[in-house]
Design a binder for this molecule. Structure first.
Ligand code: RAM
Length: 910
């Protein structure tokens, strides 16, 4: 019986599509289903499953009216496609699953989960865009860009019967904060976030049933420019030329008597710009004047007769309204361990000890009528000077004007800053500045932590911290390049290099797939397949860039390998092919060598070129174009293979081989040497990692690469494109000691150099700042830029030792590569689609100790880097093959084992 009980343990952790748990306002009427098997001795794997889907809970499991998958003999427990009846907007759908284990015993049915669809079609919207025409009295801000006064909008309404359920569907051309009867509807930050608004605007869905009252109610919205009508979108012809922000809002009520009511945004709404937020800009900050506060404006009893009527506008067919397909930004971490750095006559400087993105929360004594000015900075100069030059034209300053004497509390709402230090001035001169005056609120898209990495080395741990802070700081609804200066754009190249590391550390599956949809929408504007440098594409440049545009192929491929979700390959396939077509269209005189724009190996250290061109490094763009052309064609061939498109698989394989051949002939001599006086590490890295050389040339090129690294005194010499490839290439070459040597270098250029200079995030340049000389004087210089954090993938995969060997960790590789010079232990865990996997090693008394966790429904190849089969101890006994552990191979210095799910401890002598 006890056995049977184990067998009956139900599946857990049910999710739909990209890891959504019981979502409402869900975007996908064709979802996929995923579940995890419980961790138990009896459940090693799944031999079959059954999913049942119904329109009400009561129909489950036996009368599933929407879909019954029936028993499917399959090991698949992730991303199983829904194949039932067509689902509609607003529909609430219930589902559960059971599985059969390896012994063909059925589990119990899982708990019932649900999802509720949002408004999927523009025709679902009865509301109109509504708002005041603020363009007419807006002021000219930095570089003459219009600044709209934020709007306060409201609508009172009366309900005669009780509400059974209510959903608020809402979005904005701009950003908003919505209240119902004076209460916050959500804690989302700056919804609806940023998409190419000329193609698609995401809509939010909130369950507001509990906030409504019988009798009088009021819906109230604060609305500001955000990305849509702010200078970050750069005007141009986009987004209706800085049109006044507007809201679109549809409150749908189902009453207890079954009747329906709608409260819609339209010309009957009232509005004012005479509220306390006087101005708000992403780059430039917020101005809040407490003298303009309007008490009770967002509750039902407020008299809005003196407010203006808004203008309305029908929704257009051309811009899709679609439920948000990833999680919005939230306040995630409060930093209150603050240091008071200095107090001058009129100002005080505070240090959060961590470079964050978000807003300050200040509690400061003030005198009526005075203005508190809050400035931000990433790092002070050694003499304590408050430095803001690297924000360039972004004013990044908040102002608060006090309406009375006493302590004021203020958190800006419609802006965000990138900062570690903040300066206050304008507070009550009689008060003594105190650390309690300031907190930092770190904000980012609301994804969960997915992995952990730690080791015995303090600086390596600081690097992990810098990587993960740099990631979160730049995942503000879209993946941005930097979060602080007058840029904050979705650079495709940066995204391409960081995606794998991001997926290890955070559950960014939905975050990436949402952004990739924006990428495809912007690509569709260019018939030749061009993928813009930035997405959303507010620059509207007519050039595509190698290594940047390839994000449309490389990021989907990474997502697929790490999650096992084939959907992203299907969604991206045509886009990827078009991008390779763009390369083809750029081939001029020499076959397979595209002549086109590239940012090159961006920010390579020690460039030989003069300052203006130095950022692009020394690897010629033609070489980079050709390398990425080949690589993207190669990946498309692999993707075609996964999708069963055999013709394309061959066609793109042939193309890749032809381009690779041209690459070798054009740029390398018969000795595998890069044909340019100024040698670069990246030219070799691209050729080797993208597999562009004939085998004999590859060996020669590898030696030239080693030579180059030696010439650099064992420092890296790579920019944005080369850096992620360096550990992979050296690893394949077996040059592990060398990789450790480079990684643990303390001098410029290296990862630890920035740590030695006080970095708490990754930097844009290897030498963005030094304690001695302060900021690198070049104007483009961010202290929060994730590209060089791409080393994070190798830290998980090889220092700690966890990698996905078959898509989505169906097969796991545990293969740590310890280094005894620098480390005595390292450990990582990852929430795989099947459950938690772990690899943790330490070396003590000449014994190598490895703890491994392998989740159900997977297998693992475990490679123990020391010892032999004879001296291997497993879970405290001498190693013997069992049904759980099979020997694959054993030689003098490593043992390879195939493991079934479970928890294992391995010990062996060094
Ligand atoms: C700057 C940033 C960004 C990079 C582009 C090419 O804007 O460094 O990260 O991708 O240049």
């Amino acid at each position: 019986m006890s056995c049977n009980q184990e067998y009956s343990r139900a599946a857990e952790n049910l999710t739909v599509s990209e890891n959504f748990k019981n979502p409402i306002g869900f975007y996908n009427a064709n979802p996929t289903f995923s579940w995890k098997l419980p961790v138990s001795e009896q459940t090693k794997s799944q031999s079959a499953y059954q999913i049942v889907v119904a329109s009400s809970k009561e129909l489950l499991p036996n009368n599933a009216d929407l879909w019954d998958s029936k028993k499917q003999k399959s090991k698949q427990s992730t991303f199983v496609k829904y194949q039932g009846k067509v689902l509609e907007s607003r529909q609430k759908v219930f589902w559960q699953v059971r599985y059969w284990n390896q012994d063909k015993n059925a589990s119990d049915w899982s708990e019932i989960n649900s999802f509720e669809l949002g408004l999927l079609n523009n025709s679902d919207w009865k509301a109109k865009w509504a708002g005041l025409v603020t363009a007419k009295d807006s002021i000219k801000g930095v570089r003459n860009f219009l600044m709209h006064h934020p709007q306060y909008l409201r609508k009172g309404f009366e309900l005669s019967t009780d509400v059974a359920s209510a959903r608020l569907y809402i979005t904005a051309k701009g950003v908003f904060d919505v209240h119902l009867n004076g209460k916050d509807v959500s804690d989302d930050v700056m919804p609806p976030g940023w998409t190419p608004y000329n193609h698609r605007i995401e809509t939010m869905t909130y369950d507001v049933t509990e906030l409504l009252e019988t009798g009088k109610n009021a819906l109230a919205v604060e609305l500001a420019s955000g990305w849509h009508s702010g200078r970050i979108s750069r005007g141009k012809a986009l987004y209706e030329n800085f049109a006044s922000p507007k809201i679109l809002c549809q409150l749908e009520l189902v009453m207890k008597d079954g009747s329906k009511q709608y409260i819609l945004s339209d010309e009957t709404w009232k509005g004012t710009t005479n509220g306390p937020i006087r101005l708000a800009s992403i780059y430039d900050g917020e101005v809040y004047d407490a003298n303009f506060e309007i008490s009770n404006w967002n509750i039902a009893t407020f008299d809005d007769s003196s407010w203006e009527l808004v203008e309305s506008e029908a929704i257009s067919k051309d811009v899709r309204l679609a439920p948000k397909r990833h999680h919005s930004v939230k306040n995630k971490i409060t930093i209150d361990d603050v240091e008071l750095v200095s107090v001058n006559k009129n100002s005080a400087i505070f240090n959060l000890k961590q470079n964050i993105v978000g807003v300050p929360k200040v509690k400061v004594p003030m005198k009526k009528g005075d203005t508190l000015k809050i400035r931000f900075s990433e790092m002070l100069l050694s003499d304590g000077t408050f430095y803001t030059k690297n924000y360039r034209s972004a004013k990044s300053t908040d102002y608060y004007i006090a309406a009375k004497n006493g302590v004021v509390e203020y958190v800006p709402k419609f802006t965000f800053h990138g900062f570690q230090f903040l300066e206050l001035c304008g507070y009550d001169k009689n008060a003594k500045p105190d650390v309690s005056w300031v907190q930092g609120i770190a904000q980012h898209s609301n994804f969960e932590k997915n992995g952990t990495f730690t080791s015995s080395h303090e600086k390596l741990n600081q690097l992990q911290s810098n990587i993960t802070w740099g990631l979160r700081d730049n995942f503000f609804d879209i993946p941005t390049d930097c979060p602080q200066r007058d840029e904050r754009l979705g650079w495709t190249g940066d995204a391409q290099v960081i995606a794998p590391t991001a997926l290890f550390n955070y559950d960014t599956h939905a975050f990436w797939t949402a952004w990739l949809q924006s990428l495809r929408e912007n690509q569709s504007e260019h018939n030749n397949g061009l993928v813009p440098f930035i997405v959303p594409d507010v620059l509207q440049n007519k050039n595509g860039g190698s290594g940047w545009g390839d994000a449309c192929v490389m990021v989907p491929w990474d997502i697929y390998n790490i999650t096992g979700d084939v959907t992203i390959l299907e969604e991206s396939y045509e886009s990827a092919k078009k991008w390779v077509g763009y390369y083809q269209s750029k081939v001029r005189n020499k076959p397979y060598i595209p002549i086109m724009h590239s940012f090159g190996d961006w920010l390579q250290p020690y460039p030989s070129k003069s300052l203006k061109k130095a950022n692009r490094g020394d690897t010629p763009k033609e070489l980079i174009n050709t390398a990425y052309f080949a690589h993207s064609a190669h990946l498309i061939s692999k993707i075609a293979g996964v999708l069963g498109k055999t013709d394309d698989e061959k066609k793109f394989m042939d193309l890749y081989k032809a381009v690779a051949n041209a690459f070798e002939n054009e740029f390398f001599d018969e000795n595998g040497k890069f044909k340019q006086d100024r040698q670069t590490q990246t030219s070799y890295l691209l050729g080797i990692y993208f597999d562009l050389f004939k085998p004999e040339t590859k060996l020669k090129a590898q030696n030239h690469l080693l030579e180059e690294i030696k010439n650099a005194d064992y420092h890296l010499g790579t920019g944005f494109l080369g850096t992620p490839l360096l550990p992979k290439v050296l690893d394949d070459m077996g040059e592990i000691e060398l990789m450790y040597k480079i990684l643990f270098k303390e001098t410029y250029p290296s990862w630890f150099y920035s740590i030695n200079q006080g970095a708490t995030t990754m930097w844009e340049r290897w030498n963005s700042f030094s304690k001695q000389d302060g900021y690198n004087p070049q104007s483009m210089n961010s202290l929060n830029h994730y590209a060089y954090g791409a080393i994070g993938q190798w830290m998980y995969e090889r220092i700690a030792g966890i990698a996905s060997l078959e898509p989505g960790y169906k097969k796991i590789r545990i293969a740590p590569l310890p280094n005894t010079e620098f480390l005595t232990s390292a450990s990582a865990s990852v929430k795989t689609p099947y459950g938690k996997a772990g690899s943790s090693w330490k070396i003590e008394n000449s014994t190598f100790n490895l703890d491994v966790v392998i989740p159900p429904n997977t297998t693992a190849e475990i490679q123990i880097p020391y010892g032999t089969q004879d001296n291997l101890i497993v879970n405290a006994s001498t190693f013997k093959e069992t049904s759980n552990l099979k020997l694959i191979s054993s030689d003098n210095d490593s043992i390879k084992i195939l493991a079934e799910p479970g928890t294992y401890n391995f010990q062996t002598k060094l």
